[in-house]
Design a protein around this ligand. Structure first.
Ligand SMILES: [Zn+2]
Length: 49
């Protein structure tokens, strides 16, 4: 039921975080504001495969 997904910075495309998402409650693509080391700021991170 729980699936591991990688969160990718939408600005520089680096893979910064991995999270577990619950497929039942979270059917949409994850989009989170997270700190990106490469960008040096908070950017939008999106789920990747
Ligand atoms: Zn970035």
């Amino acid at each position: 039921m729980r699936e591991k997904v990688i969160l990718v910075c939408t600005e520089c495309l680096s893979r910064n975080y991995s999270v577990y998402k619950n497929k039942r409650t979270n059917v949409e693509r994850l989009e989170l504001k997270k700190y990106c080391k490469r960008c040096g700021k908070h950017t939008l991170h999106r789920e990747s495969k």
